[in-house]
Structure formats: C-alpha cells, structure tokens
Design a protein around this ligand. Structure first.
Ligand SMILES: NCCC[C@H](NC(=O)CCC(=O)O)C(=O)O
Length: 444
C-alpha cells in the first residue's frame, strides 16, 4: 500500500498577537507589544500549506482554538457577562487575560506527539496531545486539541487517541517539537527520537540554569509506552542544556529529521556520538547525519533564522527539499550554509523559502506550524476529508479569513468584547467548512 508523510498545519486564529508570554523563547520576548496582523498571519500559513499541496504533498489543516478563553477566566474567579469578565480581567490581571487570548495553538508541532501505525504494536496510529504545562497560555490547549484531533482523525479502526499526560512539571510535554522519526520508507517501522530537556525525577541530572527545559524524560517515556513502541524503535536523547539557555526552547529549533536524514547543530545534544551510534544500531540502513558546525552557523544565528525549524520533505520524485523561512535567506551565514548544503551530495536537493514572519515573530517557524503524520492510503481515506488542502479549501479558507480577521491587533485590543463575538462567529463557520462538529466549548 502507498505510504507517505502528511503535514497538518495549524490555522492561525483570529486573536494572533504578541504578548511576550514565552520565557525562554527569544522572539516572543523581543517582540512583546508589537502590533500583529492576524489576517496576514493566517494567509502566510495558508500559502505555505497550499504550496506543499501543490507540490504533491498530502497537506491538512487543523482548526484553531477559541480565544479569548472565557472559561479559564471564569474558573479563576472573574464573573459577570462576557464583556464584564474581560473588563475585570484587563483591569485586575492583564497578564492572565493575555494568557487566555493567545493564538498559540497555531503551532501544531506542539499539539501532540504522533506515532505511525508502522511503529506501534497494535498497528494503529497514536496521538497524545501535549500538556504544555510549562507555559500558562499553552497549558489551556490540550483538551480542545484532543477534540480537534478526534474530529479530524475519528475512525477508531485506524486511530488511537490518548489523553494528555498528568498536568505536572514532572510530565512537561511539548509534543512533536521534541520528537522526530527516522525510517527507510514512511510505511516501514522506523526509529522514533524523543528529545528531552531534563530528567524530572533526578535532581542531579544536567539541566539548563537560565531558561526552562519544557520537556522531561518521564513525559517522553510515557508517550512511548502509550504509543506501544518497543525499545528497539525508540531512542531518548537529552538536549544540550547549554543551548536551551541560549533560546533553543524546543528540539525543533536545533534539529530536524526526515526518513534517513538527521539535520542538526553540532551543539544540539548531549552524548551525541553515543546517540548516533544507537540510532545506527536500531535502524540498519544508509543514514545521513548532517551536522552543522558552530564555525559555520553559531547558535545565535540558528535561533534567529530558524535554520533547523525548517521542514525536510520528500517530494513525489523521491528527492528531499527544505522548506525554510525567508529569515534564513536574510541571514548571510545561514544562507551561505544552505547553498553549500545543496552541493554536499545528501538527499536534500532544493531549498524553498516562505514568508511566515507573523509566526516567526512569536518564535514559530515553518516546522512549528505543522504536525507530521506518517500514514498509508487506507488511513488517509479515513481522515476527515474536509480538512485536506486543495484548491477549494484554500479558496474557502482565504475568503473566511478575509471576512472575519482583523488586520491589526495589539494587546490592548484583547479586552474588546467585540473580539469574542468575531472569533466565535468565525470559528462556528469554520466548523461547518471543515465539518468538525461541536469541538468548541461555546458550541456545547
Ligand atoms: N513551536 C513554536 C512555539 C512558539 C510559542 N510562542 C508563543 O507562545 C508566543 C506567544 C506570545 O508571546 O504571545 C511557544 O513559545 O510555545
């Protein structure tokens, strides 16, 4: 049966804004208080998704979440009408209001960890929504994420959905941003790499000192157990704490894999050589470990340009391409490296640049915007077909964005009660376009 890797991109929500919510994420902090353009953000994401579909890739979209999150605001004691809840929160706890308004679910690399059926003992495709406990504004995502994933991958003959891990720092889980998979063919058993930032149950183990390590080994191991993966098909790698302290808040800011290619910075991991040997022993095939040295691209350039937050995709002709943000073109060291990479006799034969600056300004590159799902033809046929990108969906979603989204939004606009009405009207219509049913609380 045919098998391939699908990308499901997060549709940017109507409240996309810059609130400086992510300590340890340099772009989020540096761009706090910048005015955003939700309409442009959504359209940049749609352009990238459509371009991949046009290249013959399987491309889907995942719906955004309902924001402002009035349920959380009520849960923490703000009462009255919707408008009163917003006004009181804006006055008494503006930082909490900001956290309840983020469109951060757009970064679907953090929505969940996904293991394909080829790797799991029960032969099903497994999903575990990430609990995202390290950041308040993201910790309110997993329940609705689970609803959206179940509405998109609903057929229980093929798909197995788990609940998110316990909501405690010991199980800090950021989903696929800290997970990559190596394989020969997408439909054959591969090796799943789980990259963690700290060991929660061992206080003496290495960890960053300045910024948080969002992913724990305990969380990664729990996901591997839930997904029925064997020791032989998993490798657990610790991220270098030193790079977390320089702004590498997820592994996908410093490494990315596709099939038999692992593209990573020389400083990305601890015990690099031993871990590469382990991958080699567990995946017996020709592997391309493309290590980028510090003297060619420093950590600051990697973080600023998001060289590793690129998507490496296998095109229908079998060649690989890198989908990079235009920020990589604008950084001389990174641009020179990417041009050199194309001459290095690796499977990567082209680099395509996309403007995703609205997302980049919050620390999300092309890879953050997508959730990868390796699947086969039968599984694809079981997916909600109204979520799959094609000319019709692209047209409908662009028209939907034009109709409902603002072209500027600043943090002070988040208390505007009109924004809730606009957002709910838009999402209600979206659930009809994508035939999702009632995934949002306001619809239940
Ligand atoms: N995978 C990319 C995730 C980026 C995301 N940024 C944010 O949430 C920034 C939100 C803000 O600051 O308004 C994060 O850090 O988790």
């Amino acid at each position: 049966m045919k098998h391939f890797e699908a990308n499901f991109d997060g549709l940017v929500g109507p409240t996309h804004n810059y609130a400086g919510l992510s300590f340890g994420n340099v772009a989020s902090l540096n761009n706090a208080a910048l005015e955003s353009n939700p309409r442009a953000a959504a359209k940049q994401g749609l352009q990238k998704a459509k371009a991949l579909a046009d290249m013959g890739m399987v491309q889907g979209m995942l719906a955004p979440q309902e924001r402002p999150d009035l349920y959380t605001l009520r849960r923490i004691g703000f009462s009255g009408t919707d408008a009163e809840v917003l006004q009181k929160a804006a006055k008494e706890a503006p930082a909490l209001l900001n956290a309840c308004c983020s469109a951060s679910s757009m970064w679907t690399a953090n929505a969940a960890t996904v293991s394909p059926s080829a790797d799991s003992r029960d032969g099903k495709l497994h999903f575990t929504p990430a609990n995202l406990v390290d950041k308040l504004h993201r910790s309110i995502e997993p329940i609705t994420t689970g609803n959206i994933l179940q509405a998109t991958f609903s057929d229980s003959r093929f798909f197995s959905h788990h609940s998110h891990l316990p909501e405690h720092a010991s199980f800090g889980d950021e989903g696929a941003a800290n997970h990559t998979r190596m394989c020969t063919e997408y439909g054959h058993a591969g090796v799943e790499l789980f990259v963690y930032g700290q060991v929660a149950t061992d206080p003496s183990a290495p960890k960053p000192t300045k910024y948080p390590a969002r992913q724990t080994l305990e969380a990664s191991q729990a996901v591997a157990r839930l997904h029925q993966l064997d020791d032989e098909s998993t490798v657990f790698i610790q991220q270098n704490p030193g790079v977390i302290d320089q702004g590498v808040f997820h592994n996908d800011v410093i490494a990315v894999g596709n099939q038999n290619v692992l593209f990573y910075h020389e400083q990305a991991f601890l015990d690099t050589q031993a871990k590469l040997d382990e991958i080699r022993s567990k995946l017996n095939t020709e592997l391309h470990f493309i290590e980028v040295p510090t003297n060619k691209v420093g950590i600051q350039d990697a973080v600023k340009s998001y060289l590793f937050n690129t998507q490496i995709i296998t095109l229908p002709n079998g060649e690989m391409a890198i989908i990079a943000p235009t920020d990589c073109q604008e950084n001389p060291a990174v641009f020179a490296y990417l041009n050199e990479l194309l001459t290095l006799n690796t499977p990567i034969k082209q680099v395509l640049y996309f403007d995703v600056k609205q997302s980049m300004q919050n620390g999300g590159g092309p890879a953050c915007l997508r959730l990868r799902i390796a699947m086969n033809q039968a599984e694809l046929a079981a997916v909600n077909q109204h979520t799959l990108m094609n000319d019709a969906l692209f047209g409908r979603l662009n028209a939907w964005v034009d109709k409902h989204y603002r072209d500027r939004l600043s943090v002070k606009d988040l208390a505007d009660p009109q924004l809730i009405i606009e957002s709910r009207t838009a999402l209600d219509e979206l659930t009809q376009i994508m035939k999702l049913g009632s995934v949002y609380q306001f619809q239940r």
